[in-house]
Design a protein around this ligand. Structure first.
Ligand code: FAD
Length: 485
């Protein structure tokens, strides 16, 4: 059996054919020269690789490039980016085997997608549940309904500052983390490598054991509360009941199928309600696999699509995570979360960061690159459809039915941010006009023509025509330019 070459996002046992298959792992500094990553992401990836390097049977080498380090006959699981796949194909003596680390196969996705005009998560998710017999009672969905979103879209509990679920177990750093931190400091000092975001204690698993501990804790203590408030935000509780497992799954430390099976067991044993389990399974079996397949299914040029002709570059305060420059409470808090943790949950990503970028007409490719660099769980495959397609609507609706554009009233309903904010979500023009509310209307005004044919946008566009102060609002937003709100 040839040695299995594993990339930094293929660290778990499911990337080997047998537990004793020898492994080749290459640490390449060049990756950090090409892009300015979040400091905590660099730390997490290096720490995870160096922990894996300690395992028996692992040949660990450091090299400027992969090509220098890979010699002899090796096999590798299909990598997660086009660039890495190109490299694997160019290197001699490297056999590429099908991808792992996802539940559904490329063949199944292509068979499902072929001939469909629109690719929609809901249809794919139902197909995947049947195909893999997840949360099924024979041919029917467990509990009789495929979709429990209606139970899972609640605002935060009234008056609560926290959701009140137990926090994930704290990670205890070791001598490998100490070495990683010293190396990163030295690279910054001596090698001209730079990072974005603050350093801080490692918050995410770097070993399989840490990842399993987090999974067990999540399923026992946090999963039951996951569903109802999964879309809600509280300033004092950035984690809510989210799993924080994306970095571990994306590093390959956890197999998504084992995560799904644990969640399903909790439902079957009566330890977690169906709405929470279905909502969570939908994220992994549904969204995660869907996004992965779209990366390969769409043409490579998809990453550069720009149907809304958004051409502005990211302002410095946003690019550099300068949360203190921002007065709008939601955006400032979320940007601080990215700066301090490299992670915020799904709704701040979509409805606070992505929504703001789309309203302002920032270039989708630049926004995708920013997410890729600034998030501990960011990889090219996961960025492309999530950011370019879902959050920026730059593909004109190939994977979603309408833009995720919303004004301050959405943030107000789904969070406690607006109470303490200097802006008023109900006000669209004037000194205390909420930048999200004003940005929403100016986005609609800018794209009225291209959105006119979308039946889900008909009502908002009718609302636009009823605004008496639209001209003043548009002037105000023009004057705001790229200034921090
Ligand atoms: P939970 O809420 O606990 O969900 C469980 C798991 O579902 C996650 O761990 C993740 O593995 C998976 N998941 C859920 N939604 C998605 C999705 N849309 N795409 C892929 N996986 C999903 N996810 C990333 O892993 N990396 C990213 O860089 C990333 N960037 C995003 C950017 C934008 C603009 C948006 C809208 C979403 C992005 N997501 C990304 C998806 C999602 O926001 C994160 O996976 C999730 O917030 C991670 O936190 P969690 O582990 O607590 O997730």
């Amino acid at each position: 059996m040839p040695r299995r070459w594993v990339f930094a996002d293929q660290l778990g046992p499911h990337f080997q054919d047998t537990p004793d298959q020898p492994v080749l792992l290459v640490e390449s500094k060049a990756v950090f020269r090409r892009r300015v990553f979040h400091r905590q992401k660099a730390h997490l990836v290096l720490s995870a690789m160096r922990h894996r390097a300690r395992d028996e049977n692992v040949l660990f080498t450091r090299a400027e490039t992969y090509a220098e380090a890979v010699s002899g006959r090796v096999s590798v699981c299909h990598p997660t980016s086009r660039a890495a796949r190109g490299l694997v194909r160019r290197l001699p003596n490297v056999e590429m085997v099908p991808p792992r680390g996802f539940v559904t196969s490329p063949q199944d996705f292509v068979a499902w997608a072929g001939g469909r005009d629109h690719l929609r998560l809901e249809d794919f998710y139902r197909y995947a549940r049947q195909r893999h017999d997840v949360l099924m009672e024979g041919s029917e969905p467990a509990g009789g309904r495929w979709n429990l979103d209606a139970d899972n879209r609640e605002p935060p509990p009234r008056g609560a500052e926290r959701l009140g679920v137990p926090a994930p177990p704290v990670i205890v750093e070791d001598e490998i983390d100490e070495e990683v931190r010293a190396d990163l400091d030295r690279w910054e000092r001596e090698d001209g490598i730079t990072f974005v975001g603050n350093d801080g204690p490692r918050l995410f698993p770097a070993t399989r054991q840490e990842a399993l501990d987090r999974l067990r804790h999540f399923v026992e203590h946090r999963l039951p509360a996951f569903g109802p408030h999964e879309d809600a935000m509280l300033a004092g509780d950035p984690l809510m009941a989210h799993s924080m497992l994306s970095p571990a799954i994306n590093l390959g430390l956890l197999d998504p199928l084992e995560v799904i099976e644990r969640a399903e067991q909790a439902y079957r044993s009566g330890d977690a309600p169906l709405a929470s389990v279905e909502g969570f399974v939908r994220q992994i079996l549904g969204w995660r696999d869907f996004i992965w397949h779209l990366y390969w299914y769409f043409e490579p040029e998809y990453r550069a699509v720009n149907e809304l002709h958004a051409r502005r570059e990211l302002p410095k305060w946003f690019a550099e995570l300068d949360a203190d420059a921002v007065g709008a409470r939601c955006l400032s808090d979320v940007l601080a979360g990215v700066r301090d943790r490299g992670w915020v949950h799904h709704i701040p990503r979509l409805m606070v960061l992505g929504n703001y970028a789309m309203q302002r007409g920032w270039r989708p490719g630049a926004v995708a690159d920013w997410f890729h660099r600034c998030f501990v769980d960011g990889y090219e495959w996961v960025m492309t459809a999530n950011v370019v397609g879902m959050s920026q609507f730059a593909d004109g609706g190939r994977m979603s039915t309408k833009p995720y554009a919303a004004g301050g009233s959405y943030v107000n309903r789904m969070s406690d941010y607006c109470g303490g904010c200097r802006y008023d979500p109900k006000v669209r023009a004037g000194d205390n006009a909420c930048p999200y509310t004003a940005g929403y209307w100016s986005f609609l005004a800018r794209h009225e023509q291209s959105l006119a044919g979308n039946h889900r946008m008909r009502q908002p566009l009718r609302g636009l025509h009823r605004l008496r102060d639209l001209d003043a609002l548009l002037e105000q937003e023009k004057a705001r330019g790229s200034r921090a709100p």
